[in-house]
Design a binder for this molecule. Structure first.
Ligand code: MLT
Length: 206
């Protein structure tokens, strides 16, 4: 069993040097975001793991105690586990570990934010769709201008607007290059969300 197989996942090779790390929301699978990823970037490789935690049969990337209340110990453990999986996958599939951009939705966006905060350097950048503050690290990492898109809904019943603003402030104070955008939307993604991600992806290197 190779190191990268620690997560059930799909890998789709690309024709550019970029890899999109696709992180699904609660109840999602490793297949859910593949066509979205291909639409967002027709050339990137796609790496799409399935969250290992089961909440009443629904896959997640880390445990929660209640809606919006996270099991921080599990979150920290799962964040490191995912970071190690990305490194092992780069070796197994031969992609550049310095050119990984996460595209995460909801629970997937929250673990992507946690990766930025706890394992700086693992992600080149991240599109965080309907994310909230996953945890506040004891020491702020140095994110060194890492591009981050934070896309929130102005009537999202799960992520209060103030929480998304706090996440933007946290990432900015760690040195990320944050583009925060609030849409006329709830927790679900809209056509506009996808267009915004596509434009943002086109605006950053690699
Ligand atoms: C979810 O439903 O997944 C929440 O909005 C986010 C989370 O629990 O991480």
């Amino acid at each position: 069993m190779s190191a990268a197989s620690g997560f059930i996942h799909k890998f789709v090779p690309g024709t550019s040097r970029r890899t999109l790390l696709l992180l699904h929301g609660t109840g999602g699978t490793e297949s859910d975001l593949l066509s979205l990823g291909r639409t967002l970037d027709p050339k990137a490789a796609l790496l799409s793991p399935k969250g290992k935690v089961s909440e009443n049969g629904m896959p997640r990337f880390f445990r929660r105690l209640a809606e919006g209340v996270f099991d921080e110990e599990d979150l920290i453990f799962r964040t490191h586990e995912l970071a190690d999986f990305i490194g092992a996958s780069a070796t197994q599939y031969g992609f550049d570990p310095k050119k990984v951009i996460a595209v995460g939705y909801s629970n997937g966006a929250n673990i992507a934010a946690s990766l930025l905060l706890l394992r700086p350097g693992v992600l080149h950048g991240a599109a965080l769709l309907r994310a909230m503050v996953p945890l506040v690290p004891e020491n702020l990492p140095s994110l060194d201008g890492a591009p981050v898109l934070l896309l929130s809904g102005d009537h999202d019943p799960i992520v209060p607007p103030d929480n998304a603003r706090r996440l933007a402030a946290l990432l900015k104070s760690a040195g990320a290059d944050v583009t925060a955008s609030v849409e006329n939307a709830g927790h679900g993604l809209t056509e506009q969300s996808l267009e915004t991600v596509k434009i943002w992806l086109g605006s950053i290197t690699p």
